[in-house]
Design a protein around this ligand. Structure first.
Ligand SMILES: [Zn+2]
Length: 434
């Protein structure tokens, strides 16, 4: 061993010790374990309501640095169906984690998902490791505890520096408030814009960026949010709508009529989505769909999607409630095709619904004293007012046995976000802004 190599080994050993001590205290030091880069992992999630498995496809290094937090590396918020955990390959210490949900998680709750096997593309973004790590894809057991569904070794040694896709678009900074490392970076990707739509596309990007920070609590957190735009143009204009016989070959495979719901607008080509975002900081993603038809959809730490139409200024914050806040819908809808989204014998994961099984974990501490449970809904509220905080029956698509915090809310009927939803959105934005 040369003298220089001995010095290097001693330094590495000291770094590992420092990092181990920090991680043991629940705080991972970013610079010890990670460099300013983003590792992307593509994989398939397949199965049905009886079984599922994940199948890693590829790793790639994004052309951007790391846009997520460098101080909050282990996700403090317990929400979502899945979690990715990065572990040091030597000590097994958890270095990074993020909870999320996916379209597959909703598929298995539909009638079709009971028996038919389907395969969905998924992507996770991770801070770029300095040394070999295990990337663990986890899901929850029947008691809600995470376990590994796959554990894949990734070593940065011997990899070329930039393996990102060549189709990446240069992003436009639509609303800038500062360095990506200490801001929540929201990336808007255009979908369904043909060659003739370039003027409309620029106009729509500006409007969507304004919608992101238009309403509370996003408005008062404007200084903690960057909004980026990716002006992807396709061959054809518009969005597929199989419920009405419309087929468009759009870049991201977007479609209304997801799981048979005519206004549920989602995209399935996740690998392609992240190819387009290769040069864009993207803590959260919005797909902006070029269609005048009412519709949208969103999944926690996955993406939000909204059509560009007259209601966009309300649809988009509602969808960001799902994708950024992990908030559940607070409305009742007997027509929805989900058979078992909420088990009424346990607390839902979302912070804004309760089954009263363990209400202390929800907004019990925020309730005014002597609030009746259930609380009778308030009548005669203004269109955008939430009404008083209470425990109102009906939410999560069902009328009985599931309760919401206020009579009206952005997650119910495009009112303001209620105090419970507002609190969670602040907690999430804090994770990026620290
Ligand atoms: Zn709410």
């Amino acid at each position: 061993m040369t003298y220089r190599r001995m010095i290097y080994s001693a330094m590495l050993f000291a770094m590992v010790l420092m990092g181990s001590r920090a991680a043991g205290q629940g705080e991972v030091q970013f610079d010890v374990w990670f460099e300013d880069g983003t590792l992307r992992m593509d994989y398939y999630r397949m199965g049905n309501s009886h079984w599922q498995r994940t199948e890693p496809v590829r790793f790639a290094r994004k052309a951007t640095g790391w846009s997520g937090s460098r101080t909050v590396l282990l996700d403090p918020i317990d929400n979502g169906d899945y979690r990715v955990v990065v572990e040091d390959s030597v000590s097994g210490l958890p270095l990074y984690s993020r909870c999320y949900s996916s379209l597959f998680g909703e598929y298995v709750a539909t009638a079709q998902g009971r028996d038919s096997v389907a395969r969905f593309e998924e992507v996770v973004l991770l801070p770029y490791p300095r040394r070999a790590v295990y990337v663990c894809l986890q899901r929850r057991d029947a008691d809600g505890r995470f376990f590994n569904s796959s554990r894949t070794l990734y070593s940065p040694i011997g990899r070329s520096l930039h393996q990102g896709s060549r189709v990446a678009m240069r992003p436009q900074l639509l609303l800038g408030s500062g360095e990506v490392a200490s801001k929540m970076d929201v990336a808007i990707v255009a979908e369904g814009y043909g060659k003739a739509d370039s003027t409309k596309l620029q106009h729509d990007l500006q409007h969507f960026a304004a919608h992101v920070v238009e309403r509370e609590p996003f408005a008062s957190r404007r200084a903690d949010i960057n909004v980026w735009g990716v002006a992807a143009m396709g061959a054809e204009s518009g969005i597929s709508d199989p419920c009405n016989g419309v087929e468009v070959a759009s870049a991201l495979g977007s479609s209304y009529c997801t799981f048979g719901n005519d206004r549920y607008l989602m995209a399935t080509h996740l690998f392609r989505l992240h190819d387009l975002l290769d040069s864009t900081p993207a803590d959260h993603i919005i797909i902006m769909a070029n269609s005048p038809t009412y519709g949208g959809g969103a999944i926690y730490n996955f993406y939000a999607m909204s059509a560009v139409q007259t209601m966009s200024g309300w649809i988009l914050p509602h969808e960001l409630g799902h994708s950024i806040g992990g908030l559940a819908d607070e409305y009742v809808d007997d027509d929805l095709t989900y058979s078992e989204l909420y088990d009424r014998t346990r607390e839902p994961l979302a912070p804004n619904l309760t089954t009263l099984v363990d209400f202390a974990r929800k907004w019990q501490q925020m309730l005014p004293p002597d609030t009746p449970i259930p609380t009778p809904p308030q009548q005669g509220l203004e269109r955008r007012e939430t009404g008083a905080l209470g425990v109102y029956e009906g939410g999560g698509y069902v009328a009985r046995g599931v309760y919401r915090p206020t009579t009206q809310c952005m997650m119910r009927n495009y009112a303001r976000f209620c105090p419970v939803c507002t609190k969670r959105l602040h907690e999430v934005i804090d994770c990026y802004a620290r």
